[in-house]
Design a binder for this molecule. Structure first.
Ligand code: TYM
Length: 331
């Protein structure tokens, strides 16, 4: 059976980008067709300046939202990364497989490193090694597919390179995984700056739809989205990035195709209005289920306990095999 692994980092409130690019498909498709693991990858949240209480709060909220989005712990494994030591154990072996040059080339390291420096903060070493820990997350489980948004492609490519290199040097140990993306909205853009990704850690929330925003806030944000010059509704990602983004979001919500949808609209205003309503309707059940689950912390804890136990059982034999293969004495 196909093995799937994917994760969400608790560095901010989850966004429409996280939902359309990843979470929705995990819940609607992936958990049914594969042996799937979904993790709140909390160790990754420590790679940038963080507040411990906030990370704890966001981690719990992310798990609750994953369940609210429809992940069923009877069908898939839901857990928190730091509960399974194998990730960090394997990460060290992969640090001994990766080179500093290939890590310095990672786009997210360059962007986030520059951002930290501009804010007068130092760059944590873990920000550089982050993609190695991500590779460990994936490789520990013999993962075949990694369902992610487009922004994670480079990290999954690095994971593939590390798996191949390790296997060549020390004998076949890891499955070489591949990234998969949703057919539309694999890169949802910021509503106020449609040339950059809608990301949960942006300073201003005006261009970001959060999954837990009230319906009226969602409407307002979408109605105020920056649009492009001209009046005609066209699907042109280069020339009309704001309109293209709205068309993709609407297509993702309604199951349509962005180019075909463009033909149905005569004004930007009408497109915005329909997009806003479609997003509100899409998120409504998630918000409702979240409200119910958030008051049942016992259930969430039980899911995490069982999830970690199952994940540990799956990861340990492969990580132990990697320790032996690389030349370390068996315990
Ligand atoms: P993270 O937490 O930034 O995002 C979680 C998932 O949401 C997707 N995503 C988007 N998709 C479309 N449009 C957007 N604007 C958008 N923003 C985010 C991401 O592509 C991702 O699929 N490094 C990862 C977390 C991670 C991971 C892993 C993922 C750690 N280890 C192992 C997969 C496998 C990250 O920062 O995702």
């Amino acid at each position: 059976m196909t093995r799937i692994f994917s994760g969400i980092k608790p560095t901010g409130h989850l966004t429409l980008g996280n939902y359309l690019g990843a979470l929705r498909r995990w819940a609607e498709v992936d958990q049914y067709r594969a042996d799937a693991l979904f993790s709140v990858v909390d160790l990754h949240a420590l790679t940038v300046e963080h507040d411990p209480a906030r990370v704890r709060r966001l981690s719990r909220q992310a798990v609750t939202l994953m369940l609210a989005a429809g992940l069923d712990p009877e069908l898939c494994t839901v857990f928190v990364q730091s509960h399974v030591d194998e990730h960090v154990r394997l990460s060290y072996l992969l640090e001994c497989t990766a080179t500093d040059g290939e890590l310095r080339r990672m786009i997210q390291f360059k962007e986030k490193g520059a951002h930290a420096r501009a804010a007068g903060q130092s760059v944590r070493l873990s920000l550089l090694t982050y993609p190695v820990l991500m590779a460990a997350d994936i490789l520990a489980y013999g993962t075949d597919e990694v369902p992610v948004g487009e922004d994670q492609t480079q990290h999954v490519e690095l994971t593939r390179d590390l798996a191949v290199r390790f296997n060549q040097r020390y004998g076949h140990t890891f499955t070489v995984p591949k990234a998969t993306h949703p057919p539309v909205a694999a890169r949802v853009m910021d509503l106020q700056d449609p040339t950059s990704k809608m990301g949960k850690s942006h300073e201003s929330g005006a261009g970001i739809v959060y999954l837990l925003d009230d319906a009226d806030v969602v409407r307002k944000k979408i109605m105020r989205a920056v649009t492009d010059s001209g009046l005609q509704v066209e699907y042109d990602r280069e020339g009309k990035p704001g309109i293209a983004n709205l068309l993709e979001v609407l297509a993702a919500c309604s199951g349509g195709n962005p180019s075909e949808l463009a033909g149905a609209y005569e004004s930007y205003g009408a497109l915005k209005k329909d997009t806003a309503e479609a997003v509100v309707e899409l998120l409504r059940p998630v918000r409702e289920r979240h409200a119910r689950l958030a008051s049942d912390s016992g259930h969430v804890e039980e899911v995490l306990r069982k999830g970690a136990e199952r994940a540990r059982g799956m990861a340990r034999p492969r990580v132990d095999a990697a320790y032996r293969a690389i030349g370390l004495l068996p315990r």
